[in-house]
Design a binder for this molecule. Sequence first.
Ligand code: SF4
Ligand code: SF4
Ligand code: SF4
Length: 282
Amino acid sequence: MNKNAINMKRIGKYIYPLLIFAVFEAVAVALWLTKGEIFYLYNFSYIGLSVSLGVFLYIGKFRYARRVVQLLVGLYMLVYLGVVRGENMQIEGFWYYLFTGVFEAATIHYAVAKIFGPLIFGRGWCGYACWTAMVLDFLPYKVPRKPRKKLGWIRYVTFALSLAFVAALFLSKAADIERIMFWAFIAGNAAYYISGVALAFIFKDNRAFCKYLCPVAVFLKPMSYFSLIRVKCDKEKCVGCGKCKRVCPMDVDVTDNSRKRLNGTECILCMECVKNCPKNAL
Ligand code: SF4
Ligand code: SF4
Ligand code: SF4
């Protein structure tokens, strides 16, 4: 391959951040025009810019590319959308806006990032945008030190509890539900962080909260099964060294290409397996 062709190939890779930005921009403009609110334009433009910057950095082999996106998107959602704008972006907020029939930021956010989006990008939300994992990923157990426990059923209980909490507010006709939802957002996040950090140390696994307790995973898992974007293994190159499985924070058997692979719907697309494969088989 001559020098020009190599340069073109290198530049060609950078088309992906532009494409991603274009998709987000299309969503931003469509929502702005249909809903008549400028908020949707800057909201989705900002998220699109952050994600494309992360992809740009990843292609450029910057080690902390994923963390940069996590911080840019996670802090924006937690601090600006949650605290400043008072949007309850947690699962309770989704139930709340669903019950009130208002198609607001939290409902749109859930529809895009957690219900239909996973058909394309699987659990990319969990790897690149979640503000809970943004903090948990700073803890010392990036690679789980203990085998995964069969405790995933607990998240179905927390899922049901979150729904029951919001339903009870509506059924009891609680006064000033909006205010309650704001404080539920603050208290809910505090509970997530405290339990998330505690579980990480108990199980010696930063992502223990994601695996056992997080109710949002109940939404994320079914659609991720059909995800368009997924890590695949080139069996011709793989030598079966097992390094990919050892570094995976979510215990995915990434060498199995079937959709039914072990913990397949847990993959957060963090690319640690890809970065660590000695044979470039992933
Ligand atoms: S499983 Fe829950 S806490 Fe973990 S990254 Fe996903 S949404 Fe965030
Ligand atoms: S790290 Fe690469 S070579 Fe080793 S088992 Fe995984 S895919 Fe195969
Ligand atoms: S290490 Fe690989 S298989 Fe495991 S979560 Fe990250 S991208 Fe998915």
